[in-house]
Design a protein around this ligand. Structure first.
Ligand code: NI
Length: 186
């Protein structure tokens, strides 16, 4: 089992790495010490890179775990969108609450420098497990819903450009910042 958790590089891998293009494996034992260790490494990489979310495949580890948080500055006025501390979600499952779609600008630590406008479900229900083996079952909206959809997509080999409906909005962040755009980076 140890080799499952070995990290082949001490960096966030970028688009083109095999781990970002495959369906990640479920985690058999969420309370295993190796899972907690991996989650800590993910949180550390995320924070050092200035992101708001990271999925295990972004460290080259093909397992179904994500970490994220919701900064107060990103919270929208939608019900179910509130600031959230660092959250570890193991074996997450996401479903849309309704079919309502919202557009928002996203970035990805595996596509450094780029941003794009991505349609996401405005509200989702997600379930999964914590590092203590407890079940998480949340219904959320807005930024919270967006970051979870972005990170869980990584577990299925999907990078945000594959969700975009208008690729003319795929731009470099330097140019976006020059216009004062709001971004999500995971
Ligand atoms: Ni990402």
């Amino acid at each position: 089992m140890a080799d499952v958790f070995s990290i082949d590089s001490d960096r966030i891998v970028r688009a083109g790495h095999a781990a970002l293009a495959r369906i990640a494996d479920p985690i058999a034992d969420p309370v295993a010490p190796a899972v907690r260790h991996l989650a800590a490494q993910m949180a550390d990489h995320m924070e050092r890179a200035g992101g708001v979310g990271l999925a295990a495949p972004q460290l080259g580890v093909s397992l179904r775990m994500v970490v994220f948080f919701v900064p107060a500055s990103r919270v929208t006025s939608l019900p179910g969108d509130s600031a959230e501390p660092l959250t570890v979600l193991i074996n997450p499952v996401v479903e849309a609450v309704d079919r309502e779609i919202e557009l928002g600008l996203e970035g990805c630590l595996s596509l450094p420098g780029l941003r794009g406008v991505v349609p996401r479900f405005k509200s989702i229900r997600y379930r999964g497990f914590t590092l203590d083996g407890n079940e998480i079952d949340r219904t959320v909206s807005g930024f919270h819903a967006r970051v979870v959809q972005h990170e869980v997509d990584h577990l299925d080999g999907i990078l945000y450009p594959a969700r975009m409906t208008d690729l003319t909005s795929l731009v470099y962040v330097d140019e976006v910042n020059a216009r004062g755009g709001e971004t999500a980076n995971g």
